[in-house]
Design a protein around this ligand. Structure first.
Ligand code: HEM
Length: 443
């Protein structure tokens, strides 16, 4: 047996905070390995990257998700008792509940609602001096996903609920006051959603034209555990929030997509020239490259179920293991020039379950791979179509730096747009011209 290489430091938490998304890859490069053992938050942790590591990480005989997420992440991002911490039969049963929400017809419904919201917001933007795309995207997505999920959202509550759902994501890597804001936001959101679950069960909220029986609120409120009992209302709330919160999180990819369009005007031109609709291959490649290239989830966490050997290394029972999602998406053995933004790489992509893993890998039904991946891609596509064809805008001077030590990361300015004009109103010739003009204005 070979001992797993160790980084020999007493604790690497400071290194993780300093290098953020690149922490595992930098250490792997330094130790010339794809696997090493370290201590994070004073706990022994095995870190690994690459396609072979991903394959073993998603072997459900070898790993458990029980207690794999640190408590501070459970209290903010994930919630307690949700699908993320389940294993085996219980996991597959709960996961099926999420997958029933992801039919092509239901995803189309969400796309339609989101597109409508973008159009409504664009009308308002034309009157504003400038807007922050990231902030607007969260609200657009909050309105769309609540309507889609059958969750009543009075106008007066839109901002509050958007902030609560967003705070759980923003606080996920934070310490101090921001972390406590995230905890409070979760408590408030769980109480809001728990009341709705109870209203469904009491017959006060029922299926209707706007709330089909296969909407998330009704499916989750009525879901039965393997023993035939209903989900505990608190856990049902955690699971419904597991649909609402990450849909708002797509606002981060949307912000990165706008950044990529801005920084690569030649790619924006090609998208504009080749695509009349969101299903065009150039939009698909662009969206996949945004998901591959930009940082979101740094890694996924699990624990060793029972000791086993892999590639000559012993994995001790109970030890925490992190799979480097960002590093695998930037692995030069899988991706030519991984640090170049190049959508065309997806023209001949060798699609696999373990190479492009920004939302986890493996099988949707059997593993913990994100059930929202199709929604994410569909909403990104429709938004890219909206940004490139339905509006024009300028990108004023601002700090667009993305700091890879921020977990989660975003462009510093959150992408400010000015002089937004809606094509629908016939106010401008073309977005494409607007973008080119904008590039010229900036140089
Ligand atoms: C910005 C877009 C998103 C990103 C980056 C993302 C990322 C991820 C990642 C990395 C995982 C964990 C994979 C693992 O542990 O192996 C995950 C799981 C999950 N995601 Fe997403 N996600 C996104 C959007 C969504 C959407 C739109 C939904 C629902 C509508 C969703 C619902 C979930 C759920 C319920 C899980 C837990 C699955 C399980 O434990 O089996 N996510 N996501």
């Amino acid at each position: 047996m070979v001992k797993i290489p160790s980084d020999r430091s007493l604790d690497s938490t400071v290194g993780l905070l300093r290098h953020g998304y690149q922490f595992i890859s930098k250490k792997c490069d330094q130790l010339q390995t794809d696997i090493f053992e370290t201590r994070l938050m004073f706990e022994k942790t095995i870190c690994m990257r690459g396609v072979e590591a991903a394959k073993v990480f998603y072997d459900t005989d070898k790993f458990t998700r029980k207690n794999s997420a640190p408590k501070r992440i459970q209290k903010t991002l994930f919630g307690q008792g949700g699908v993320q911490g389940l294993d085996d039969k219980a996991h597959r049963h709960r996961k099926q509940m999420f997958m029933t929400l992801m039919s092509p017809a239901r995803i189309d419904d969400l796309v339609t609602l989101t597109r409508q919201q973008w159009r409504n917001y664009a009308q308002r933007w034309t009157q504003a001096d400038r807007i922050v795309l990231f902030t607007e995207a969260r609200e657009v997505l909050c309105r769309a996903v609540c309507e889609w999920a059958g969750v009543p959202l009075p106008e007066a509550e839109v901002k509050l609920r958007t902030l609560q759902l967003a705070a759980m994501i923003d606080s996920s890597g934070a310490i101090g006051p921001k972390h406590w804001q995230g905890r409070l936001a979760r408590q408030q959101a769980e109480s809001w959603i728990k009341d709705l679950i109870e209203s469904v069960r009491a017959g006060q909220l029922t299926a209707s034209a706007n709330r089909p029986s296969n909407s998330a609120l009704l499916v989750i409120a009525e879901h039965k555990n393997l023993d035939g009992t209903l989900l505990d209302p608190q856990i049902a709330a955690v699971e419904l929030i597991n649909v609402l919160r990450p849909t708002l999180a797509i606002g981060r990819y949307i912000t990165f997509a706008a950044l990529a369009l801005h920084e690569h005007p030649e790619i924006a031109q090609r998208i504009k020239a080749n695509s009349l609709h969101a299903d065009s291959p150039s939009v698909e490649w662009f969206v996949q490259e945004v998901r591959r290239f930009y940082p979101f989830f740094p890694f996924a966490a699990a624990r060793v179920k029972q000791s086993f050997n892999w590639q000559g290394y012993t994995f001790p029972q109970g030890e925490r293991v992190l799979l480097d999602l960002y590093g695998t998406n930037h692995d030069a053995r899988l991706w030519e020039n991984p640090n170049t933004f190049w959508p065309e790489r997806f023209r001949q992509w060798d699609e696999g379950r373990f190479n492009l893993i920004p939302q986890g890998g493996g099988d949707f039904y059997l593993n913990h791979r994100c059930p929202g991946e199709w929604i994410t891609i569909a909403l990104m596509k429709t938004t890219v179509e909206f940004l490139t064809q339905e509006i024009t805008y300028r990108v004023p001077e601002q700090n667009l730096t993305v700091d890879l030590s921020d977990l989660p990361a975003l462009p510093k300015s959150r992408f400010v747009m000015s002089q937004v004009k809606s094509q629908a109103e016939g106010q401008v010739e073309s977005q494409f011209e607007g973008q080119v003009e904008n590039q010229i204005a900036q140089t």
